[in-house]
Design a protein around this ligand. Structure first.
Ligand code: ZN
Length: 370
């Protein structure tokens, strides 16, 4: 991938960071002014003058805002009419638009000032927690597992080549065995002599799960997401649940246990145990390089020592003194780079997150080029 030439490439790191900070301040100033104007448009109903039924429609259709962006600005504009202090709080980065939207439905003339104060400097989760306790927002929902309607999706499947499967032997009434099992429609074949691919319709059914969990469960999910970040970078709950349930069933499901027992018994009657089957399999694998001869190898003991010392978090500290402390997707990094002769010893190994590991690698590469 090529990086975009923007004319900024010649700037120093400090100039880029300072320029960015300046623009963030200007952006906030500009949004604050926009909210004040929007409040006037609301109060004077100028959107109606422009032919729109609502302020929302005015922003979406006239100015092409996304639904959520329009919603947030409108909530802030309306609140600013009763509590103008939110504008200065927004400019000084003490209150953001998400926080304003969270408190907005609960604000009354009596509690407004208290809610605004309570939201200052808090994260979305902290504000939600506060509102939950303040307004008994704890949901009393029952667990729900709802099957969603079946959707049909067209997919293009490559056909086997002529050499492996001559056209005359193909029957298009039944799906070839290499296709997904859920195929329900007949195969539409290209009307050409040389059949290369065809379209299939598959049925997909998704299921919606809904439940309210304890804080402890939520923490376990977050931790599982961190541990599996390398495998599931998007951290989708579906993937995490699937992985967790597979592990649980592998251990606890009697059906799987019996299957394993049957497999063992079958192997025994054939005169092979799981162990010697494994040994035979391993003997066919290419021999790994002995650990001791690989100077880059990190032993489990070394990893444990470094992990405990660094408390399982990224150790990078920025020039401004801010420590990273990310706990997901960690790498073991050679402080004095391995490529430049650094040793694989606990003193020279530290934990770095993905971003800082890449940043370090980039710096090492630049050093090597010099
Ligand atoms: Zn980091």
């Amino acid at each position: 991938m090529h990086t975009l030439k923007t004319g900024l490439n010649t700037l120093t790191d400090t100039e880029v960071l300072n320029g960015f900070s300046k623009m963030v301040r200007e952006e906030r100033e500009s949004i604050a002014n926009l909210i004040l104007h929007l409040a006037q448009i609301h109060q004077r109903r100028l959107y109606a003058q422009s032919g729109h039924p609502s302020l929302f429609s005015f922003l979406q259709k006239e100015y092409h805002y996304s639904g959520s962006a329009a919603f947030r600005r409108i909530q802030a504009a309306k609140l600013s009419l009763y509590f103008p202090e939110i504008i200065d709080l927004f400019k000084s980065e003490k209150l953001n638009l998400v926080a304003i939207c969270l408190i907005y439905p609960h604000v009354t003339p009596k509690n407004g000032k208290m809610l605004i104060q309570a939201a200052i400097g808090k994260t979305k989760q902290e504000i939600e927690y506060f509102l939950d306790t303040q307004f008994s927002r704890i949901e009393k929902t029952q667990d729900k597992i709802r099957r969603l309607p079946v959707i049909q999706k067209k997919i293009t499947v490559p056909m086997p080549s002529k050499e492996t499967c001559p056209p005359q032997s193909l029957s298009f009434k039944e799906a070839p065995s290499n296709l997904p099992k859920k195929v329900t429609a007949t195969v539409a074949v290209k009307a050409s002599d040389r059949v290369e691919s065809h379209t299939q319709v598959i049925e997909i059914r998704r299921v919606k799960l809904e439940c309210v969990v304890d804080e402890a469960v939520a923490k376990k999910i977050e931790r599982a997401k961190q541990i599996l970040r390398h495998k599931y970078p998007k951290g989708k709950l579906e993937d995490i649940l699937n992985e967790a349930l597979d592990l649980l069933l592998e251990k606890k499901d009697p059906q799987r246990k019996f299957q394993r027992m049957a497999q063992k018994a079958e192997a025994k009657t054939k005169g092979e145990t799981i162990e010697n089957k494994g040994a035979a399999y391993r003997s066919n694998l290419p021999k790994p390089k002995p650990f001791k001869t690989n100077p880059r190898y990190l032993s489990t003991a070394l990893k444990k020592e470094v992990w405990l010392r660094d408390q399982g978090m990224c150790t990078y500290v920025g020039k401004n003194g801010k420590a990273c402390t990310e706990q997901a997707g960690l790498h073991y990094d050679h402080i004095h780079p391995f490529a430049l002769g650094g040793q694989t010893t606990p003193e020279n190994i530290r934990l770095l997150c993905q971003s800082h590991n890449l940043y370090r690698a980039q710096q090492t590469f630049q050093k090597m080029q010099l």
